[in-house]
Design a binder for this molecule. Structure first.
Ligand SMILES: Cc1cc2nc3c(=O)[nH]c(=O)nc-3n(C[C@H](O)[C@H](O)[C@H](O)COP(=O)(O)OP(=O)(O)OC[C@H]3O[C@@H](n4cnc5c(N)ncnc54)[C@H](O)[C@@H]3O)c2cc1C
Length: 465
């Protein structure tokens, strides 16, 4: 090989000589991966099986100096850039075709200060890794509900999980971040320093800089919690969802709930007679004493005759990974969208049920996340996350076997959102969106203009798309 082909931002092909590549490699402490080399395919692989992109160069950074070196190379050659944290973005925005990908998989250092309850975590860590380290000190940072997801992307887009109504979004618990800006400068963003950038990365998404380290405020949680996943027959959907809506109004902030319309898998631990039938799952976690949790969550276990009730005391880390096996990496094709709602009207519930009944794939779910609580207590202007007063997030998670038609599932998902529009606020949650500009704008909602101004200040040449 005397050169490799790369794609520049203006879409022109560019050749890099072997000397240019080896000079670049010599300036890195981490690893430079090229197509055909060991580790390249694993590094470029992301969670969604629909994504198969091939960067010309991958830098597995060892430290922030490597990020600076990679960004200098990008600026010099005007390459397309992508950044991979946990690789779970539904649209696969972590990986680019023909450009340079910064891969954080070798930067996973986590340090926990048990006294101040502050945790510093490098941008390559997953929530499973952060939870394990934090739980050793009886602590947790609000994350998501699937443990394989990256800390980085989830936090930058907001971050809703089992602790959300008690302790807020992941981004609400961010104290500071080390950021490498487009011009290669290493800065700390916090309330005191670069406060505008700090505001933007709290729920405004990626694209403002490369975050190398996050510093979080953690909270005492567990080690055991009361978790209550109760499956009801979807034939009773209307009554179950309306009763849930009623009871959810008076639930304390300790309770965070997730309602799912899905299909019972044909296997253990579900009774045979329910295999392949549709269910409504009410899954809740109580953040507090387990005995209290059992008492408080009882009403959700009495909404009807359940198919199965798996409620009980379990380690917090098990709750965090409860849904992991439903979302295998690369094995399925995925396309997700969402829409926020201030209230769940009867009409919204009817439409939700209609969509649940008509899912084109049995692996697809339609979900309602209860928001509110601590999320709502943060002033709207304090962070870039724009949906503080929405009490519900309706998510369409289309998941299908690889051999099934992509387009049919994608179109169904987009149409589902159109159908929900009249009953909701119209805006969506950034972390469940694909990368189309209009969708990002919709998800950034009322903060879009301010986010654009901050983007123009910190990334005037639009290095981070
Ligand atoms: C199975 C599954 C479950 C999920 N569950 C939840 C959930 O419970 N709650 C929730 O809120 N969301 C959830 N999400 C959505 C998730 O928050 C987003 O997909 C998020 O983008 C994942 O972050 P990541 O680091 O894994 O992804 P990546 O694809 O690596 O990154 C996401 C975006 O952030 C950018 N980025 C990554 N790292 C950095 C960095 N260090 N600096 C700057 N930019 C960076 C990437 O370029 C990319 O555009 C889930 C997603 C999946 C696939």
């Amino acid at each position: 090989m005397d050169f490799i082909k790369t794609v520049s931002k203006d879409n022109t092909l560019k050749k890099l000589s072997e000397k240019e590549i080896s000079d670049f490699r010599n300036h890195l402490q981490g690893t430079l991966l090229l197509a055909g080399k060991e580790g390249y395919d694993e590094s470029r692989s992301v969670w969604n099986g629909m994504i198969d992109r091939k960067p010309a160069l991958i830098v597995q950074c060892q430290n922030s100096a490597d990020i600076q070196t990679a960004l200098a190379f990008i600026r010099k050659h005007n390459f397309i850039l992508s950044v991979k944290g946990g690789g779970h973005n539904v649209a696969g925005s972590a990986v680019c075709d023909g450009g340079l990908m910064i891969d954080f998989s070798k930067m996973k250092e986590i340090s926990v200060d048990a006294e101040s309850k502050k945790i510093k975590v490098e941008a390559g860590a997953t929530w499973a890794e952060l939870d394990t380290a934090a739980q050793k000190q009886g602590l947790a940072v609000p994350g998501g509900v699937v443990s394989t997801t990256g800390v980085a992307g989830l936090t930058l887009g907001g971050g809703i999980g089992w602790l959300r109504r008690k302790y807020g979004l992941a981004c609400d618990n961010l104290i500071s971040a080390e950021v490498i800006t487009a011009n290669g400068e290493k800065i700390i963003a916090s309330e005191q320093q670069h406060a505008d950038l700090f505001w933007a990365i709290k729920g405004g998404g990626s694209g403002f800089g490369v975050v190398s380290t996050f510093e979080f405020q953690a909270h005492p949680v567990g080690p055991e919690v009361f978790f209550s996943p109760v499956f009801y027959p979807a034939t009773e959907a209307e009554q179950i969802i309306k009763s849930y809506r009623e009871k959810s109004r008076s639930m304390p902030n300790e309770v965070s709930t997730f309602l799912i319309y899905g299909t019972v898998p044909a296997g253990e631990p579900f009774p045979d007679k329910w295999h392949n039938e549709d269910y409504i799952l009410i899954a809740s976690m109580y953040t507090g004493k387990v005995e209290e949790g059992e008492k408080v969550l009882k009403p959700y276990r009495e909404l009807g005759q359940p198919i199965a009730d798996f409620s009980g005391i379990m380690p917090y880390t098990n709750v965090q990974s409860f849904f992991d096996e439903d979302y295998p990496k690369q094995e399925l094709h995925y396309y997700w969208k969402s829409i926020v709602a201030k209230e769940l009207s009867d009409a919204a519930i009817s439409m939700f049920i209609e969509l649940g009944k008509n899912r084109p794939s049995p692996l697809t779910t339609v979900d309602i996340w209860q928001l509110g609580g601590a999320i709502d207590q943060v002033p709207h202007s304090q962070t870039a996350y724009p949906h503080r007063n929405a009490q519900h997030l309706i998510a369409i998670e289309s998941n299908w076997e690889k051999h099934l038609p992509d387009q049919e599932n994608i179109e169904w998902t987009k149409n589902a959102i159109r159908e929900l529009l009249p009953f909701t606020e119209g805006s969506s949650y950034l972390n469940f969106e694909d990368a189309e500009t209009e969708d990002v704008k919709r998800a950034q909602g009322s903060h879009h203009k301010k986010l654009q101004e901050i983007k123009n200040k910190y990334d005037p040449e639009n290095i981070f798309n």
